[in-house]
Design a binder for this molecule. Structure first.
Ligand SMILES: Cc1cc2nc3c(=O)[nH]c(=O)nc-3n(C[C@H](O)[C@H](O)[C@H](O)COP(=O)(O)OP(=O)(O)OC[C@H]3O[C@@H](n4cnc5c(N)ncnc54)[C@H](O)[C@@H]3O)c2cc1C
Length: 226
């Protein structure tokens, strides 16, 4: 899976400016005002709107199952995805690495995933490869027969790769991260799918480079979005 931050306007200073306009008006535009204490206060007391004055656009190349979950995030997110109606898709399918846990233990609401043995991994590989090959053959056969792409794509399923651009701000990203990363330090624990968690980790790493004070405050206050 590939994540590239391709466009960004995001600083800790702008969070502080947006908050300070409340109390000092036009003087909030000064460049050198301190940020850390103020951002910690905003995060702790969940004053969220100052965290919206920024923008990050990521190119995401990931299996359909990741986009299926990602586009559920509506507030403060924009999406443009590769079309399966207007272009022929590429035969690129997701196969989990050996380190990807394969066995669910527990029930809905209280579960975890544990490592399967090598046999289980082999079964997963074999069945996925068989299914992907059959699905791709069906897709090609339908296209060759003259059936439109929007119908021919139907067998391709959750494993095929798509590309897209996603844009968010730090507030919407924090909400996403609180739900789509599994973290022992989180005040509210989540159990996201491994694949979207892998994407979320990369988004978080990129964001942290541009807004390190905000990121540190998010972590310090239990990864709760303000
Ligand atoms: C572990 C996990 C399991 C999941 N399982 C399922 C599942 O089985 N089935 C399923 O359908 N989904 C499932 N989801 C998706 C989940 O229900 C949410 O749709 C998704 O996480 C996006 O969260 P959100 O709505 O808070 O985010 P956003 O859509 O980005 O919204 C952000 C916040 O804005 C506010 N908001 C947005 N829209 C509205 C609105 N219409 N009315 C009021 N307030 C609003 C809310 O405060 C919301 O938290 C799962 C998510 C996770 C993380």
């Amino acid at each position: 899976m590939t994540i590239n931050l391709i466009d960004v306007s995001a600083t800790d200073a702008m969070v502080a400016r947006a908050a300070r306009v409340s109390t000092i008006g036009k003087d909030s535009a000064a460049a050198d005002l301190p940020t850390k204490g103020l951002i910690n206060f905003l995060m702790r007391d969940r004053h969220g709107s100052p965290f919206e004055h920024n923008s990050m656009t990521f190119y995401v190349h990931a299996p359909m199952v990741v986009f299926w979950q990602m586009v559920r995030h509506r507030a403060g997110w924009s999406y443009n995805l590769e079309s399966g109606r207007y272009k022929e898709l590429s035969p690129e399918f997701y196969v989990p690495e050996k380190s990807r846990p394969l066995v669910q233990v527990g029930k809905a609401g209280a579960y975890e995933f544990v490592q399967g043995d090598d046999t289980l991994h082999d079964v997963a590989m074999r069945e996925l490869m068989n299914a992907y090959e059959a699905a791709w053959d069906s897709y090609q056969n339908m296209l060759k027969a003259g059936i439109c792409r929007e119908i021919a794509r139907l067998p391709l399923g959750f494993g095929i790769y798509f590309s897209g651009y996603v844009t968010c701000n730090s507030r919407s990203l924090m909400h996403f991260l609180s739900l789509r990363t599994k973290n022992d330090d989180a005040q509210v624990k989540s159990s996201p799918q491994f694949e979207i968690n892998a994407v979320a980790d990369q988004l978080e790493d990129e964001w942290a480079k541009h807004m390190p004070v905000t990121h540190a405050a998010f972590v310090k206050h239990g990864r709760v979005a303000p």
